[in-house]
Structures are given as C-alpha cells and as structure tokens.
Design a protein around this ligand. Structure first.
Ligand code: FAQ
Length: 331
C-alpha cells in the first residue's frame, strides 16, 4: 500500500511499493495461469505492458503495410469479380490495423507515437511485406500462404492473455480465413488453367514459400522473446510449433493443386506425424528484419507519404475538436 505517513522516508516508501508489487505480481501470475484475461485497468508488470505494445504495434503496422503489395494489383485484377474481392480484402486489412492500434492504445501509447516509431525505423513490421508482387498469381498466393500463415499464428492469439488483443483477434481471424480461401480459389483457377497460368502459379509458390515460413519468426532456440511471452501467455504456441503446423496443412493443399513445394528436403515423417522440411535462409530473414528487404525502401516511403499527405486531415480534426470544446465552454 502507498503510505502518506509524514515520517515515511523515500526508502520506506520504496520498500512498501516493493512489497505491494510482489503481491500484485503474484496475483497477476495467478490470473495468467488461470487463463483469466488481463484488462487495461488491471495492474500488470511493466515488461508485460512493453512486450504487448511491441507485438501489437508491430502486428498493426504489418496489417497496414500489408495493404501495399496487394493494393498494387487492384487496378490490374483480371475481372470485375476479382477486383471487387481484392478491394474488399485490402479494406479488411486496414480494419485489422485499426483494431490493433486501438488495442495497443489501451496500454497507454498513442497511435501517433506508434506511427512515429515505425517511420523512425524503431518499430518493425512483418518481413513478408518486403517482397514485390510481380504477377497476378502473387495475389492468390498471398491469400493462400500469407493469410494462411497469419491465421495459423492468430488463431492461438484469440486466447492471448491480454483481453483487448484477444478480442481483436476473433474478428480478424474470421476475415483472414475468408482471405485464405479466396486466395486458394484464385490459385486453383490458375493451376487448372493453361500451361502458362499453371507456370505462373508455380513461380509464385516458388517465390513466396520460404518468406511465408519466415513469418513465424526465428527458430525457438534463437527467439529472444518466446520463453517469456509463453510464460505470460501472450504467445500460446512457439514459432517452431506454428511453422510446423503450417507446413503440415499446406503441403496437401499444394498437392491438390498439382503444384510443387520448392523444398527438396520436404518429406513425411511417420514417427512424428508431420513433415520434415528444409531450413529457411535465416541470413536473408535477418537482413529483411534489418530493413534490407527487396522493396523495403518503397514500403517505408509509401508509409511516410501517407503520413505526410494526411497531416492536413489530422490538423483539421484537431482544429474542429478545439472549436467544439470552446463552444461547449462558452455555452
Ligand atoms: N518480421 O523473439 P522473436 C498478416 C522480430 S499479419 C519482422 O521470435 P516475438 C496479415 C521480432 O519482432 C503478419 N520481424 O519475437 C496480412 C523480434 O524483434 P524485436 C504479422 C520479426 O515477438 C496478410 C525479433 O525478430 N503478424 O500477415 C519477424 O516473440 C496478408 C526476435 O523474434 C503478427 O505480427 C517477422 N516475421 O515473435 C496482411 C502476429 N519475426 O521486436 C496483409 C503477431 C520475428 O524484439 C496481407 N506477432 N521478428 O526487436 C507475433 O506472433 C510475434 O511477434 C512473432 C515474433 C511470431 C511475429
């Protein structure tokens, strides 16, 4: 308990706060262990709060930057139906970004601060969005593989320990599962089309397979955050566990399409009941994380331009709010 005693010295206050924190920490740990959700007004360890801000803001930035590779194809979709689907999907990603920014804001950070961290290169976004979208087949393949990997990662996050993040994930997962299916259906059409179309689908699979596996993050023994995030139940499954599940569900999907996963080491392992597969190029992964991805500069330039171009909207909104406030005070 905080003391207001006049005789309390700073040392005694600190000692009292330490006792309080130990008690609160024990209560927090027990709630997490009982699969209780932690809510914004609940006490939480500072490191838990910082970890959530890092992960949720990175997730939000990924959704927003993730609009760029697909937005690139809206004007070139091969039919009105495909264009309408793609536009709806890209809009969904904007919505996901907004739910996630709102969830992060409940932890005491503003959306402006999160955006500034991204633009300053301090906050990350998923490596996958640093690769270019070269053909129409990339649209189907992103839905199939990238949204497929995103769902694999996000379904367990519906049970993450922080309430606002978990609830945001419920809606996001419903939409991502539609995205995955529309992507797979688009690849199905190409795989069953002319030899040129099938070759386009295979080329897209060849280019997106390994970057999709990298979305799950570094291997567990090289993942600095996994152990603590699993203890706090922020993460419910590890990077390697999710990567394995993704490979296991995706390989039969590729077989059904008559496409070949570009991995000579891919083989069914009866004993473990899953596939053995090759090692992603982790040097490439870390280079992309450092901001050296093939289209990283274009992505950041687009975000910077959107922020600068939107300045007048933010200024106008603030001015409008100030006018309303002064009118209320005058009334
Ligand atoms: N890209 O210790 P860990 C989507 C960083 S949404 C960039 O394993 P953690 C929807 C990591 O931040 C896709 N950086 O870290 C869509 C950490 O650096 P830091 C986004 C990565 O957090 C579809 C360092 O490496 N999804 O696709 C990546 O425990 C289609 C060490 O790693 C989420 O964000 C990476 N791939 O685990 C939109 C899901 N991997 O921050 C449009 C939520 C790792 O310490 C079109 N996030 N790093 O400096 C998570 O589940 C986790 O944050 C992980 C990473 C699994 C991504």
């Amino acid at each position: 308990m905080y003391t207001t005693e006049l005789s309390a010295t700073p040392t005694r206050i600190a000692a009292a706060e330490g006792v309080e924190d130990a008690a609160r920490l024990a209560e927090f740990d027990a709630r997490v262990a009982a699969d209780d959700f932690i809510e914004p007004k609940d006490w939480m360890p500072e490191a838990y709060r910082r970890t959530l801000i890092r992960q949720i803001s990175q997730h939000a930035h990924s959704e927003i930057v993730g609009m760029l590779p697909e937005g690139n194809w809206i004007t070139r979709a091969p039919s009105l139906r495909r264009k309408a689907i793609l536009m709806a999907k890209v809009q969904d990603e904007a919505g996901h970004g907004l739910y996630l920014y709102c969830a992060a804001e409940t932890l005491g950070i503003s959306r402006d601060e999160m955006t500034q961290a991204l633009l300053a290169g301090k906050a990350k976004y998923s490596t996958i969005f640093n690769y270019p979208t070269l053909t129409w087949a990339d649209m189907g393949t992103i839905g199939w593989l990238v949204d497929g990997a995103a769902i694999m990662n996000q379904v367990p996050l519906q049970r993450t320990s922080y309430g606002p993040y978990a609830r945001a994930m419920v809606r996001v997962c419903k939409e991502e599962s539609f995205h995955q299916r529309q992507g797979y259906e688009a690849v199905m059409a190409l795989a069953a089309g002319t030899p040129e179309q099938k070759a386009m689908a295979q080329d897209a699979l060849d280019r997106w397979w390994w970057p999709s596996l990298m979305m799950f993050g570094p291997p567990d023994d090289n993942s600095p955050n996994t152990a603590q995030s699993m203890r706090w139940r922020i993460k419910r499954e590890t990077n390697d566990e999710l990567r394995q599940k993704f490979v296991d569900v995706t390989v039969p999907q590729a077989e059904a399409l008559g496409l070949t996963i570009p991995d000579p080491d891919l083989v069914w392992n009866e004993a473990k009941g899953g596939y053995d597969f090759g090692t992603p190029d982790w040097d490439e992964f870390y280079a992309v994380v450092r901001g050296e991805g093939p289209v990283a500069m274009e992505r950041m330039e687009a975000r910077r331009k959107a922020w600068d171009d939107g300045a007048w909207v933010r200024d106008a909104a603030m001015e409008h709010a100030a006018k309303q406030r002064s009118q209320r005070l005058a009334a």
